[in-house]
Design a protein. Structure first.
Lengths: 205, 257
């Protein structure tokens, strides 16, 4: 019994402080793409996954189609009225400062309801420029996988809504995670925007 | 057998068994309800689980070796660090060399991505939380272990034992009502939707799973206070990421009917 209690306490304490330690470790281990002959070894790009998606223009694509441009990614769903519009607003804030030089991706966590036409209507409603935004829908399996890669947790609730992490991820041109914003506070969005600007300056040099 | 006849689901189970070809090494699980540890205000009868097949035993080192030999990208020195931590298959002697690790021991040190790829190669998938908990909640004589005397006490004793080193072979424990073995006390097991277990930076105040699951008084939100082993599993799932490759974590696969 004592063993069990100790295990429980240690699990609980790890979990309660997980947010900070997780964030810290992500920064510490923030990888550059390493050169290697071994297939896959040293490759931190999330574009190596083989998932299949459709965007709001009914174009079929793999994530590797996003290569070559900094991408700002979030996982949302179109019927969400609480935090998702705020996530999109934060991303548009970042877009304004980036002068059309970066891409934006919204992956739907509700593929049952978010088909291509629903995504297209949402893009129009939210006034998302076609040239910069990809709204993606795919199989629930592929959605789970990208959520695992981005560290996004979500769960469908009995009322049909989803509980989900509010994480905005910045990917570099190769698809490596370079920054994650956990939450949608204004100062966090400003920080993400600054990081994107730095990345753009580095790329321009 | 007398008991089976009085359970409505048992008749259905028998019919399904009669006409369904059960894949090798797998067991048929009849449809039923899983009483979630956290019901989130949903159906009080629990979450409906459709019938499916599940591996009788956890996946072994021998089976995983066959898989990585056919799929070199999942060998230790080739696997992408995106998909597995450096502790991936660390107890093996080499990429395709088990060394002193037993062929029939449960494979551990596998990430969610690797477990998922293994399952896919078999035409299977990982079980959902609901499916896994539904199977693991069965007792010796009925699909609902909670109705049996000493069920939770026995689980606690099993879970309480330190992990033996080396791990025993799979399939040595007594099968449960479904004939599924080693669900408790051998290794933890991956589930497909492990990342639904904890929400950080959650979107809605009433969906504050992190509070419910992890911080002391939050336990009052649970549907069953006595189910300590389920608390442990939920806490564990909430604490890991998909590339985690710990020495205590294995998996088994399922197939939809």
């Amino acid at each position: 019994m004592r063993f069990l209690i100790v295990t429980l306490i240690s699990l609980f304490s790890i979990s309660c402080s997980e947010k900070e330690s997780h964030d810290a470790s992500q920064h510490d281990s923030m990888p550059m793409v390493l050169e290697s002959d071994a297939p896959g070894a040293g490759d931190y790009s999330i574009y190596q996954v083989e998932s299949n998606w459709h965007n709001q223009n009914a174009t079929a694509l793999n994530l590797s189609a996003l290569v070559g441009r900094i991408q700002v990614v979030a996982m949302t769903y179109t019927s969400c009225e609480m935090s998702c519009p705020r996530i999109v607003a934060a991303m548009k804030e970042i877009e304004k400062k980036a002068n059309g030089q970066i891409g934006f991706v919204l992956v739907s966590i509700d593929p049952e309801r978010d088909d291509v036409s629903t995504l297209a209507a949402y893009a129009t409603k939210m006034n998302l420029a076609k040239s910069n935004w990809n709204l993606l829908t795919g199989s629930s399996d592929d959605v789970l996988e990208i959520a695992a890669l981005l560290g996004v947790r979500y769960q469908k609730m009995p009322d049909g809504e989803f509980a989900h992490s509010n994480i905005i991820t910045v990917l570099n041109e190769e698809g490596v995670i370079v920054h994650q914003q956990n939450g949608i506070a204004v100062d966090l969005t400003q920080q993400t925007s600054d990081i994107v600007q730095k990345l753009l300056e580095t790329t321009a040099r | 057998m007398g008991l089976l006849m009085v359970l409505p689901s048992a008749a259905l189970y028998a019919r399904q068994t009669a006409r369904t070809v059960v894949p090798d090494g797998m067991v048929l699980i009849a449809a039923g309800k899983y009483q979630a540890l956290y019901d989130n205000g949903g159906d009080v009868d629990g979450v409906a689980v459709s019938a499916f097949f599940v591996d009788e035993n956890p996946v072994t080192n021998g089976e995983f070796l066959t898989f990585v030999m056919a799929h070199p990208k999942w060998q230790r020195s080739y696997v992408s660090p995106l998909f597995a931590e450096s502790s991936y298959l660390i107890n093996w002697a080499g990429d395709t060399d088990l060394g002193t690790v037993g062929v029939d021991q449960p494979v551990t040190g596998v990430s969610w991505f690797a477990a998922k790829a293994f399952a896919k190669s078999k035409g299977n998938r990982l079980p959902t939380v609901a499916e896994w908990e539904y199977v693991a909640g069965a007792g010796q004589n009925s699909p609902r272990g909670k109705d049996e005397e000493d069920f939770e006490r026995n689980l606690l004793i099993l879970t309480n034992q330190p992990q033996p080193n080396p791990l025993p072979k799979v399939g040595q424990s007594e099968g449960n009502y479904w004939g599924v073995r080693d669900l408790h006390g051998l290794v933890w097991e991956w589930v497909l939707d492990f990342n639904s277990a904890l929400i950080t930076g959650e979107s809605r105040a009433d969906a504050n799973l992190e509070r419910k699951l992890f911080c002391g008084s939050g336990v009052v939100g649970a549907s069953d206070f006595t189910d300590y082993t389920a608390f442990m599993r939920f806490a564990f799932r909430g604490s890991i990421s998909a590339s985690y490759s710990g020495s205590n974590l294995g998996f088994r696969t399922v197939r939809s009917l």
